[in-house]
Design a protein around this ligand. Structure first.
Ligand SMILES: Nc1ncnc2c1ncn2[C@@H]1O[C@H](COP(=O)(O)OP(=O)(O)O)[C@@H](O)[C@H]1O
Ligand SMILES: [Mg+2]
Length: 512
């Protein structure tokens, strides 16, 4: 007796359909599982056997072989349990042998009592099941909201094996799980707002420019000036997530198991703030069964590195490739896994170890050589990837005590950011691979960064006077392009260049 039941596996963030073939032979009692299973899959035998008897179903007598096809792809984790037991129940006759299970995809781990337990990566698997033509997907109740984010496939939330058998045999039909709301109806609710930040007009303007062009930004200033506040609020002024961005980002969180129960789709951009004690693997991803790192959890959102000089050099160096490629590829003996990681980097730092170098009233207790050493902890290649650097002064008493009534809300700033990005996209229509100015390569810069004669001579003077490198020059031009976009100006004018130079003042002060 033979049956085929369907499930789904996962490599990186991409799901793939898996056929669970189950064969029962009239032989000595036995149970075999083949098809490149990892340890967790091999242990399914024990869970499946116990769940079967604890659900009150007879385990078929004879020799059972289970093959997970395609047999040449590695199968990881516990999500095949439910499909394996379903197949066994069919060859054993608990589920009628003539019942057609094609078109149905079963995803779930089994507890020893036969309950369906949630698994990681359900969204990725359901996306793949739908693409492979499945019409129904059966998932643990805790994963139902996530699965229902995929349109065009019926989702059944399964509490346990008994309920599944009753449903399949028509004794007690379950209703498909309907999402509470469509993506377009989910309100993007932010926990904080730009209007909370007092003073710091220059830094706020720099954050707006960074958001408009997708530029990485470094905030430097003494403690308590609002660096962390500003960083946390960057997602609130970025354009809202599109549906496909939301799916991409949610898939990563689904695989990592960081999606809160009951959440169908992340609908605000992620903000990740890894501590400087974090390992390079946790930051960029990896491990024996490769998992996404913080850079991928920040995909389509913001990665905030607070106290940048405290990060070990080896850790910041590991960020260079992800920043460049916008994806992380992890190579293992059994193949390669790729996780996307397109994020905006916000870094913050004190100007020195004590934090008060250059402070107007508080004395700095660091030796001058130590100040320099602290700053030099940040590698040149890292700084090369940060287009904007801005200094935050300490707040004056009048700024702290002011009512702040005139402060703009995130919504107002976001409106300008969206308009600027739209203006840039129309200009760069011939290069659909570029979705923000920060991504412009030298060819794109030559094509899209037209400067007025006076802007050109200002750039020229800056190049000579500041001793800029070619890269430094490019960064100023890219940021000037974004400043011009915020004014919807086709030409980069002198004032745009002047402001862009201002956003690099730290280069001169600290490094050059
Ligand atoms: N510009 C500011 N506007 C309003 N509150 C501020 C500002 N800067 C600092 N604060 C207050 O000080 C606290 C610490 O600010 P934070 O952003 O963590 O400073 P930093 O990261 O620069 O050390 C904030 O929670 C806030 O209450
Ligand atoms: Mg801080």
């Amino acid at each position: 007796m033979f049956s085929a039941v369907y499930s789904a596996g996962i490599t990186g963030v991409e799901g793939f359909p898996v056929t669970v073939e189950c064969n029962l032979r009239d032989k000595l009692q036995g149970f075999e599982l083949v098809g490149l299973p990892d340890l967790a899959v091999r242990e399914a035998k024990e869970r499946v056997w116990t769940a079967c008897s604890n659900s009150g179903f007879p385990f078929p007598f004879g020799h059972i072989s289970v093959n997970l096809a395609p047999a040449d792809r590695k199968k990881e984790g516990t999500a095949f349990d439910a499909a394996i037991l379903t197949g066994i129940l069919q060859v054993g006759g608990v589920i009628p042998k003539n019942l057609d299970l094609s078109g149905k995809c079963f995803i779930g781990e089994l507890s020893l009592s036969g309950d369906w337990r949630s698994v990681r990566g359900v969204l990725c698997m359901v996306v793949a099941a739908k693409e492979a033509g499945f019409r129904e997907v059966y998932v643990p109740a805790d994963n139902a909201a996530e699965a229902a984010a995929v349109e065009g496939i019926d989702v059944y939330a399964i509490p346990n094996m008994r309920a599944l058998v009753k449903h399949l045999t028509g004794q007690e039909r379950l209703m498909p799980h309907t999402p509470a709301k469509n993506f377009s109806e989910l309100p993007a609710v932010y926990a904080n707002d730009f209007s909370d930040v007092r003073g710091q007009a220059l830094a706020k303007r720099a954050m707006e420019i960074a958001a408009a062009g997708g530029h990485n930004i470094l905030l430097i200033g003494p403690p308590g000036t609002g660096k962390s506040m500003l960083a946390k609020r960057l997602p609130t002024i970025l354009p809202p997530l599109t549906f496909s961005e939301a799916i991409e980002t949610t898939k990563i969180h689904s695989v990592a198991g960081t999606l809160p129960t009951g959440v169908s789709l992340l609908n605000i951009r992620p903000f990740r703030s890894p501590h400087h004690t974090m390992s390079a693997v946790s930051l960029v991803g990896g491990g024996v069964n490769p998992m996404p790192g913080e850079v991928s959890l920040a995909h389509n959102g913001v990665l905030f590195l607070d106290e940048l000089p405290e990060f070990p050099k080896q850790v910041t160096d590991s960020l260079r490739q992800p920043l460049e490629d916008r994806r992380v590829t992890i190579t293992r003996a059994n193949g390669r896994v790729t996780f996307p990681c397109s994020f905006m980097l916000v870094a913050a730092m004190n100007p020195c170890r004590c934090g008060y170098f250059g402070h107007p009233t508080r004395p700095c207790t660091c030796k001058p050589a130590d100040v320099k050493r602290y700053i030099n902890n940040i590698s040149g290649p890292m700084l090369d990837r940060i287009d904007i650097q801005i200094e935050l002064p300490s707040l004056s008493f009048s700024e702290i005590s002011s009512k702040n009534a005139a402060a703009e809300t995130s919504e107002v700033i976001r409106g300008r950011v969206i308009a600027a990005r739209q203006f840039a996209r129309e200009r760069m229509a011939s290069r659909p691979d570029l979705f923000c100015n920060a991504q412009m390569d030298p060819a794109a810069m030559r094509e899209f960064c037209t400067v007025s004669p006076s802007a050109s001579s200002l750039l020229n003077a800056a190049y000579d006077k500041l001793g800029l490198s070619a890269r430094g020059y490019d960064r100023i031009l890219r940021v000037a392009r974004t400043i011009a976009d915020l004014q919807e100006s086709r030409l980069i004018e002198e004032m745009h260049v002047a402001e862009a130079i201002q956003l690099r003042s730290l280069d001169r002060k600290y490094w050059e």
